[in-house]
Design a protein around this ligand. Sequence first.
Ligand code: 13P
Length: 249
Amino acid sequence: MTVARPLVAGNWKMNGLAISLDEARAVAAAIDAQPPACRVAICPPSTLVHRMADALGGGGVEIGGQDCRAETNGAFTGDISAEMLADAGAGLVILGHSERRAGYGESDALVAAKVEAAMRAGVEPIVCVGETLAEREAGDTLAVVTGQVKASLPSALQGKAFAVAYEPVWAIGTGLTPTLEQIEAVHVAIRETLIAQFGEEGRNPPILYGGSVKPSNAAEILKAREVGGALVGGASLKAADFLGIIMAA
Ligand code: 13P
């Protein structure tokens, strides 16, 4: 059994217009010239998924969505299904990001239903978990995070490719990062939970770290125990910064 390659994924969040495809093209050109050790993905807003897939088609950069609805289609104004993402050229989808858990009240059960939808559409999920500052200060980090892992990952994932992203809510967009010891403690706990849930196959999925990753801290974070890549927000918007992280993997 082989452990999956590390994955460095950029989450553009609600940023990016057609002009931003130039940044994605620059990333694609650089990794074509110098193939990195990791898989590379960009998750643009859904308006750009198809255009980015067209612009980069077949290159080394994989394209992902940032969310999907659990249903295949229907009267859900403004929403997008996993099938639609796949149809537009996405091979991955971020699910359960804290900005959706907090902003839209997404529960673990809903995230699990979305993961099942992604499986149905053949789209690889990146499932996000992470504690708030209050939860960390209360000493609840490991219980919160492992609870989210157990309840957000359905058994349908058995034997399938997926990734987990540990993103402490308090580290997202703040410039703050946990210590390496704190990152390792959580990643090891997530790995143990995955093994308890999926048996030996639980050793395979990469566990990404996310939260204020930048070129200057990427190398040490990516070397930490059980860190299998990064989910990058702000620093993924500029090709030079994102490449600095990719080449550190
Ligand atoms: P930042 O890298 O901007 O802190 O965002 C992290 C994140 O939320 C990625 O999903």
